[in-house]
Each structure stands twice: as structure tokens, then as C-alpha cells.
Design a binder for this molecule. Structure first.
Ligand code: GLN
Length: 483
């Protein structure tokens, strides 16, 4: 059952091949068996999952079900869950039980999807390897000595190893696409504003966006359908109709124009380039036309991001002061001691590094030199994409520079770690939608192809990815040892 797609599971439930309770039991058993090796789950919600499954079975029996009723999923531990711990991968929120559900969580509940548990992640979603988590690193199911990517590393590893049929993730600079690529699954970062951020713990509010992570593009379409839509509780949520994503999957690709940003291919690793060449050849056979385009300011995206994201995080994380909720230090001498020790003890090294960079860059005298400058660069990067989309429908490139790296390999070198998002970050600065799709293997480790779309063009990305997955089987491979 764990190699089936969401669509197959939904069909099986409807055909009474198995019940939702049996399905949930199956995944809970797999979590019990394999999670100790992977560390993908921070919290497993066994009882609640079985109860929700029983309720879904009742709905299915009455014929009142929605498309994914009875199909379980797991949420990245950044989405607030009523009555269930939401840690955000941090000691600061280790004791935090949210008094409400995030909009995404509520929508999945309403769709009848039982929640298996909460997934491990980099602390406050800051990282590219899942090694900054207070709960320890997650391991890559394709090679346990390697990282799964981050920050949604738990989501990617859990889907890849068949511990959940699908998961949610969030992407501020690549955190859905990069781990999806490194674990050989499909992930979609929607247009900024497509999916509500309400109840999603804020890292960098102008960049954060939640999205689906699953085995196939078709599954991402089904889950995005549940997650997307206007939410009056999120002032940056966009009030635009949500198309029928599944209906667009099979559209003909003939005549479509895909741009290849030359900057993405300039110094690309040879094996990675070869994998992409093969994908491009598949698309050509499907009638797609390719043209070279340029994104001249793209090399400024990592430096601009590492000013903007820390600035926003330093402001967002000011709320963790030991007074309202979350961690509080023992026996504070006075208020200042309470603030200082709570934050010194509650945050990990990477989060502190970002807060320091952010407060520095926002301080009087430096604001213009750093923050304002970075915002101007951000506008230039968005303009690069705008120009490219005047001549092409979609952009194609790698998701990451290399396949999964070893645990510890980049921990001592933050800059090297930051550069693993070199192909994903610009998309967040521009607010565009993008996907990572499994496109081959290098030395037994998966690699991802990135498809970048124009604003609100998720349906076209899903269409392109789906057609590719009909003529390739990379997304169907399963890591040995988790069968
Ligand atoms: N790796 C990037 C960072 O550390 C992006 C993280 C994310 O998308 N949440 O900020």
C-alpha cells in the first residue's frame, strides 16, 4: 500500500479494497519500524489518526466522501495543530501545544485526511540539510549517511521511504524543492499567496509558502487542490479562483516553449547536466520547444536572500521571549535575565546567527546599505523573470547543484550550506511557483529537475511534470531497505 499514489489509495478506499483504518494502521506500523533509522517524525499521532480514519470510513460508507477522504498525510511541524505539539524543530517550542489549527491543517482535516503525525525540520525552517533541528538530523532513505535536504527534510524522507503517502512542506528559499530533489520525490512551491500562511510559524513572511510533497505530480495536484485558496485570516493570501489542477494534468504539450536560463547551466556538474539533457530530450519528443534565456541578476539572489530572510526572521522571532509561550529559562533574576537566557538557551546556533545578521542589517545606519539594497536587488530579480516569461511559458533547470551530501559535510561552513539553494532562492524572491521533479540518479542518489512557472501557473507546471512522469519512471523507484 505504501508504494501506491494518493489517487490509487483513494480509488482503493472507494472500491472497498481496504478501509481507511487499515491504511492508517499500515502507515503507523511502517513509522514504528522505520522511523528510528530516519528520524523523520517528531510526533506520531496514532490514536487521533485511527479515530479520524474511523470517521472517514463512516463517510465513505455513506458515500459522502471528498476525493481524498480516508487517505492519511503528515504535516511539517511548522503548521499549528490544535491540541498537538508544534515544535518547529526548536527547543523554544518543544512544549508548545497550539490552541488552533493552521488553515492548511484545517483544510486537510475537512477533506477527511487522517493526520499521522508531525515531521522533523530544520529549526524554524532555517537550513538546507535538516541538521539544525533540536530533534536531531533526519537521514536520507537512499543513503543513510546523507542528509535528506532541508528544511522540509522530515517530509521528504517520510514520503520517499513510504512512511506517509504525502506531506506538507514549506519553502522560503527552497525548502520544499531541495529536499524533494535529494529524496527523489515530487514537491511544489506555489505562488506566494496561493496557500494560506495562517497558523504556519513565520520565518521570513514575505518568502514563506506552504505546498505539497508527494510521490508524483498527480498527487501534488490532488493535495494542492485541498491546500490552496483564499483565506481572509492571511492578508497576503490572494483572492483568485483555484483551478481544477487534476483536470489540467493531461493537456497536450505541443507548442509549449520552455526557457533554459543559461546561468543555471554555466558551471553545472556534468552528471547533473546529463540528467537534464535526457529530460529535455523527453520533452522535445512531446512537442516542447526550447530556447535559451538569461536571468542576468540571478547570481545576486543568494546574497540578497541572506539579508532579507534574516531581517524578517529577526523581527518574527522577537516574540519568543519566555513570557507568552514556549520555552522559559529557570529562575530568572529579572526581566532582562529572563529574555536573555530564554533566547540563549532556547534557540540553536543557526537561528542565532540569522537573528544577529538580521538585527545588524536592520539597525540605523545599516538599513539602507543592506536591507534596502537587498530589496532593490529583489525587484531586479523579479524583473529578470518577468522578461523571461515574455518569451517562454516555463523555465527548466536543476533543483540543486549536487545530489544529497553527507551528514556533517557542510555543517561547519554556512556559506557552502547556503549555496546548496543557489537554484531555488530566486523563485522565492520573485514569489513565483516552482516544482522539483525526480529526473534520474547519480551514484544511486536521486536528482531533481526544477520547473519554474509564471504567477499562478501551478496547473501548467503540474501538467508538464505529469506528462514527463508518464514517460519516465524515476518517481516510481523506491529506496532499497524500505520495501
Ligand atoms: N535553506 C534556506 C535557508 O536556510 C531556505 C530554507 C527554507 O526554504 N525554509 O534559509
Amino acid at each position: 500500500m505504501h508504494t501506491k499514489t494518493l489517487k490509487e489509495l483513494a480509488q482503493g478506499l472507494r472500491a472497498r479494497e481496504f478501509s481507511s483504518r487499515e491504511l492508517v494502521r499500515h502507515f503507523l506500523d511502517r513509522i514504528a519500524r522505520y522511523n528510528p533509522a530516519l528520524n523523520a517524525f517528531i510526533t506520531v499521532t496514532e490514536e487521533a489518526a485511527l479515530q479520524a480514519a474511523a470517521a472517514a470510513d463512516a463517510k465513505l460508507a455513506k458515500g459522502e466522501s471528498e476525493p481524498l477522504t480516508g487517505v492519511p498525510l503528515a504535516h511539517k511541524d511548522i503548521f499549528c495543530t490544535l491540541g498537538i505539539r508544534t515544535s518547529c524543530g526548536s527547543k523554544m517550542l518543544d512544549n508548545f501545544i497550539a490552541p488552533y489549527d493552521a488553515t492548511v491543517v484545517e483544510k486537510c482535516k475537512r477533506a477527511g485526511m487522517p493526520l499521522l503525525g508531525k515531521l522533523n525540520m530544520d529549526e524554524f525552517a532555517m537550513g538546507s540539510s535538516n541538521e539544525t533541528s533540536f530533534y536531531g538530523p533526519v537521514r536520507n532513505p537512499w543513503d543513510l549517511a546523507c542528509v535528506p535536504g532541508g528544511s522540509s527534510g522530515g517530509s521528504a524522507a517520510a514520503v520517499a521511504a513510504g512512511l506517509t503517502p504525502a506531506a506538507t512542506g514549506t519553502d522560503t528559499g527552497g525548502s520544499i524543492r531541495q529536499p524533494a530533489a535529494l529524496c527523489g520525490i515530487t514537491g511544489l512551491k506555489p505562488t506566494y499567496g496561493r496557500v494560506s500562511r495562517w497558523g504556519m510559524v513565520a520565518f521570513a513572511s514575505s518568502l514563506d509558502q506552504g505546498g505539497p510533497m508527494a510521490r508524483s505530480a498527480e498527487d501534488c495536484a490532488l493535495l494542492l487542490q485541498v491546500m490552496a485558496g483564499f483565506d481572509e485570516k492571511d492578508s497576503t493570501s490572494v483572492d483568485a479562483p483555484v483551478p481544477d489542477y487534476a483536470a489540467a494534468l493531461d493537456q497536450d504539450l505541443a507548442g509549449l516553449r520552455i526557457g533554459l536560463p543559461k546561468e543555471f547551466f554555466a558551471d553545472l556538474d556534468a552528471a547533473m547536466a546529463q540528467a537534464l539533457e535526457a529530460a529535455i530530450a523527453e520533452y522535445r519528443r512531446l512537442g516542447v520547444e526550447f530556447v535559451e534565456v538569461s536571468l542576468p541578476n540571478i547570481q545576486l539572489s543568494v546574497p540578497a536572500y541572506y539579508v532579507i530572510a534574516p531581517c524578517e526572521c529577526s523581527s518574527n522571532l522577537a516574540r519568543y521571549d519566555g513570557v507568552r509561550y514556549g520555552y522559559r529559562c529557570q529562575n530568572p533574576k529579572d526581566l532582562n535575565d529572563l529574555y536573555l537566557r530564554t533566547r540563549a538557551e532556547g534557540f540553536g546556533a543557526e537561528v542565532k546567527r540569522r537573528i544577529l545578521i538580521g538585527t545588524y542589517a536592520l539597525s540605523a545606519g545599516y538599513y539602507d546599505a543592506y536591507y534596502l539594497k537587498a530589496q532593490k536587488i529583489r525587484a531586479l530579480i523579479a524583473l529578470d523573470f518577468k522578461r523571461a516569461f515574455e518569451t517562454v511559458d516555463v523555465l527548466l533547470g536543476p533543483t540543486t547543484p549536487t545530489p544529497a551530501f553527507r551528514l556533517g559535510e557542510k555543517l561547519g561552513d554556512p556559506i557552502a550550506m547556503y549555496l546548496s539553494d543557489i537554484f531555488t532562492i530566486a523563485v522565492n524572491l520573485a514569489g513565483l511557483p516552482a516544482m522539483s521533479v525526480p529526473a534520474g540518479f547519480i551514484d544511486g542518489k536521486p536528482v531533481g529537475m526544477q520547473l519554474i512557472g509564471n504567477y499562478f501557473d501551478e496547473a501548467r507546471l503540474l501538467n508538464l511534470a505529469h506528462r514527463y512522469q508518464q514517460v519516465t519512471d524515476w518517481h516510481k523507484r523506491f529506496p532499497e531497505g524500505f520495501a
